[in-house]
Design a protein around this ligand. Structure first.
Ligand SMILES: *Cc1c(COP(=O)(O)O)cnc(C)c1O
Length: 440
């Protein structure tokens, strides 16, 4: 068939778009996305030199499920907080809150009086009822923004006194030192990498001190000849103490005995505590500032606060996370190894019934996302040949497994139990692709 003949038999874009089967996708996805799928189908028809039966059917199978190309994945790595996978998964209650807030909402409006109201009052109230040690709370875009705002509002052109052992890099090559100095504060380093004493701080404090900064070294541990000064001791110095807990525990968690909680550090005398909302708290990306009302008010009133303001969706999801049922991260952290073993064993058995060689092996879950590097959570995984990692990742649904010592490990700790069948389905398809590529 000549090119011209082929071309003439490929349906025109407007004719395809007019097909009733595309009406609903056009409504849900928009014409731009549907048109691109039509163009892809036309190009592949050209490339294969002719028309195709059921052209519209081909377009339909090629359409994305959502108008965003962000693709949901199943996290079978056993790592709770994966920055590459969007850190904490939200609770169903937070998801509902997002949907409820997506239209017009009373985010800055008092329905009773019809007056303008301070933004985010409900999220603030939820935080204060969980952390009564705080007089006031403020929510900004992320943990780094919380630190910048504290630095610019309380220590611009002044000194931030910090231990050399706490000048950490938080990933993506962002360093605490660079974050606070970018806000126009001067860094006054004290002590040494492994040891800092209260006297080191005392010697550095003077009329130029903005505040003393305590940073939880959340992503590494130091052993041996070390000493650090506690928040309780820093609080005796007579200057403001700002403490970055990083990982976002609001109250202590028995599974993480070495992670400081915001409430503990406030009780110990910190004037302000900053934290991330999308780490161990299990909420949306946000930075939480808790502490003395006079200082929180200075931060809230600083012009820079406007540039770090969170939207109604973040406020809705954060409030639901703090006030609602425990988020998924809670179960993943506290899940019993026996229950994990049973789920993993069931997947292995069903794979065996399909003739797929898989075995169950111990697997250490981790917190990840730069939190609690020393904590390992006992659990189990399905061990498979290495190429399963790629087959699972590129399947639908996409399952992200862990690669360790030349094997692919599927750890269901961070997979909702209701989705075990989805993992099994993905494994079955991957096993077929694996068999094909090994016996072509
Ligand atoms: C994660 C972290 C931050 C940064 O928080 P983001 O929400 O990622 O901006 C700052 N400090 C510490 C100690 C952290 O662990």
């Amino acid at each position: 068939m000549s090119f011209r003949q082929a071309e003439s038999r490929i349906p025109r874009t407007d004719a395809v778009l007019a097909d009733p089967r595309l009406a609903e996708p056009r409504r849900l996805l928009g014409d731009g996305i549907v048109k691109r799928a039509v163009h892809r189908a036309q190009e592949s028809a050209w490339a294969s030199g002719g028309p195709t039966d059921d052209f519209v059917g081909r377009v339909l199978t090629d359409l994305p499920a959502h108008a965003t190309s962000l693709t949901p994945v199943l996290n079978a790595t056993g790592v709770l907080l994966h920055t590459n996978l969007g850190r904490a998964p939200l609770s169903a209650a937070a998801g509902d809150a997002l949907m409820a807030a997506m239209g017009y909402t009373d985010v800055e409006y008092d329905l009773a009086t019809g007056q303008r109201m301070g933004r985010g009052g409900a999220a603030r109230a939820a935080l204060l009822s969980t952390v009564p040690a705080a007089d006031d709370a403020l929510v900004v875009n992320n943990g780094a923004a919380a630190l910048v705002l504290a630095a610019v509002a309380l220590a611009r052109d002044r000194d931030i006194v910090v231990s050399r052992g706490e000048l950490i890099e938080i990933g993506g090559s962002f360093r605490i030192a660079d974050i606070v100095t970018s806000a126009g504060a001067r860094l006054r380093e004290v002590g040494s990498t492994n040891r800092t004493r209260l006297d080191d701080y005392r010697a550095a404090i003077g009329p130029d001190t903005g505040f003393v900064l305590k940073v939880h070294a959340s992503n590494f541990t130091m052993r041996g000849f070390t000493s650090a000064v506690t928040v309780r001791e820093l609080a005796t110095l007579g200057v403001a103490v700002v403490a970055d807990v990083g990982s976002g525990l609001l109250v202590p968690d028995r599974a993480l005995p070495h992670e400081p909680a915001a409430s503990t550090w406030l009780d110990d005398g910190a004037d302000l505590v900053t934290a991330s909302a999308d780490k161990l708290l299990g909420g949306p990306q946000a930075g939480i500032i808790l502490g003395r009302s006079e200082l929180v008010t200075r931060l809230r009133r600083h012009p820079m606060a406007r540039a770090m303001r969170v939207d109604k969706l973040t406020l809705a999801a954060l409030e639901a996370t703090v006030a609602g049922p425990p988020p998924p991260i809670h179960d993943m952290l506290h899940g019993s190894p026996d229950a994990l073993k049973e789920r993993t064993g069931r997947i292995c058995q069903r794979l065996a019934a399909l003739g797929i060689a898989a075995r169950i092996v111990p697997s250490a879950g981790m917190i990840g996302g730069g939190s609690a590097p020393d904590v390992t959570l006992p659990g189990w995984a399905v061990e498979l040949p290495l190429d399963f990692a790629r087959l699972l990742r590129t399947g639908r649904p996409s399952v992200i497994a862990r690669v360790e010592a030349g094997h692919c490990l599927v750890d269901v700790r961070c997979v909702p139990a209701a989705q075990d069948d989805d993992v099994l389905g993905a494994l079955t398809v991957a096993a077929h692709r694996h068999a094909e590529s090994n016996n072509p």
